[in-house]
Write a protein that binds this ligand. Structure first.
Ligand SMILES: *Cc1c(COP(=O)(O)O)cnc(C)c1O
Length: 416
């Protein structure tokens, strides 16, 4: 690829023709010396977020007091509707609430209740910890068996792996759409279809695809999904998560945390839980309006950019990073830990090296901020709205220098 020996100029050219380049101005860059490769763990702050939040504090909380609930009550659905097009969902199918982990529990439990008599759940050993732990807890409480897939660490679970694990005992298949370590994109359409043919429900974790990769939830008849708003959606640290329930399933599924925000005619405060017939039944308690406001601001910017443009830039950034990896880093002992086919790769790349942990620490000490992911990956997140091609060039150039200079005492000290 032409970019393989790319001098800085090539990155400048790519930036100059990037249709999303202007979106960087919508985000705070207080320290231009920092190369940020972790927008998939905590996205950058929109410059408009402080004034949005301040307006909620001053103009709403301080002035309106409890009267604010007249419009705050519907805010979880309103923001969910704003997010829906990014996920390929319709209005009324997405709400913002709780954390991703809590939503995983709510929706997995609802799915299991909807498949009585089936004693098996399917997930993979490379799935994100919360996904595995929540399923382990449910399996323990209900006497279920987890059928673990053990996929290739780079390519993730394939349809054939899932097909092999499916039979009439499987109630639920819970997988991540984009793997948090390798960025592998699972074949969601095929896996969802296979699960349905076996009579199972699907629950997809979209934490690394929401705001980076099109999902097509409705188009592929996905049943249930959850995800974070603080990664590619720039909602802020610990911003509330989202959940999706396909429209025709909503009235048929019941989630286990029966709170008053799911109750029909909530302020009648009646006896006996009688949940709303729609997506509101998946709400639990009072939403955090300040966090929700910050989430709304981040989601609005992604919605404005559009998921197809975001995806195109994510592909271009990861292709460029891989070209630099092949030219600069592979000769120095690195190995790509992400799929080479861009159609099967999300918006980050994993660069594997035996000293990945120490190298990550050295990079951070030099103002290049990736993530280390055990056992051996430097995870380079290339959040499309906030990462430039020049960032990729600069950051991977620092990694090349570190590798070329060999094992320094600093490396050894940090590795212990
Ligand atoms: C980041 C992430 C989560 C985080 O869950 P929280 O409840 O917000 O801590 C869950 N699942 C996946 C796949 C993630 O990448």
């Amino acid at each position: 690829m032409a970019a393989a020996n790319a001098p800085h100029r090539t990155a400048s050219e790519l930036d100059a023709t990037d249709p999303l380049a202007g979106f960087r101005d919508r985000f705070a860059f207080p320290d231009p010396g920092v190369v940020y490769f972790d927008g998939n763990s905590l996205g950058r702050m929109p410059v408009s977020t402080p004034s949005r939040v301040e307006a909620v504090l001053g103009a709403e909380w301080a002035s309106q007091l409890i009267r604010g609930w007249d419009h705050w009550l519907t805010f979880p659905q309103l923001v969910g509707d704003r997010l829906a097009p990014l996920l390929g969902a319709a209005p009324g199918e997405v709400v913002i609430a709780d954390s991703t982990t809590v939503n995983l529990y709510k929706l997995a439990a609802a799915a299991l209740d909807a498949r009585p008599g089936r004693g098996v759940v399917v997930t993979d050993r490379a799935n994100f910890p919360s996904d595995r732990y929540v399923l382990e807890g449910l399996a323990h409480a209900r006497g279920l068996t987890i059928r673990w897939l053990d996929p290739d660490p780079v390519d993730g679970p394939q349809p054939a792996d899932v097909a092999y694990a499916l039979d009439e005992d499987v109630a639920l298949v819970l997988l991540s759409h984009v793997n948090y370590r390798s960025a592998a994109i699972a074949d969601l359409p095929t896996i969802t279809r296979l699960a349905h043919e076996a009579g199972a429900l699907t629950l997809w974790d979209l934490s690394h695809s929401g705001g980076s990769v099109p999902v097509g939830l409705d188009g592929h008849a996905v049943d249930l999904a959850v995800g974070c708003t603080y990664k590619y959606l720039n909602g802020g640290p610990g911003a509330p998560a989202y959940l999706y329930v396909r429209r025709d399933l909503q009235a048929r599924l019941r989630q286990p945390i029966q709170g008053w925000f799911g109750q029909r005619d909530q302020f009648a405060m009646g006896q006996g839980y009688d949940p709303e017939p729609d997506v509101r039944r998946f709400l639990v308690g009072t939403p955090g309006i300040i966090g929700l406001t910050a989430a709304d601001e981040g989601i609005a910017i992604s919605a404005e950019a559009g998921i197809d443009a975001i995806r195109a830039k994510g592909v271009a950034l990861t292709e460029y990073a891989i070209a630099l990896h092949d030219a600069w880093l592979a000769p120095l002992g690195c190995e790509l830990g992400s799929p080479r086919d861009p159609a099967r790769r999300g918006a980050h790349v994993a660069i594997r090296h035996p000293r990945a942990r120490a190298l990550t620490a050295s990079l951070i000490a030099r103002n290049v901020i990736p993530d280390f992911r055990a056992p051996d990956s430097i995870r380079v997140g290339l959040s499309p709205l906030t990462t430039s091609f020049a960032d990729v060039h600069r950051g991977l150039g620092v990694l090349r220098e570190l590798l070329a200079s060999g094992t320094t005492p600093q490396h050894r000290a940090l590795a212990t």
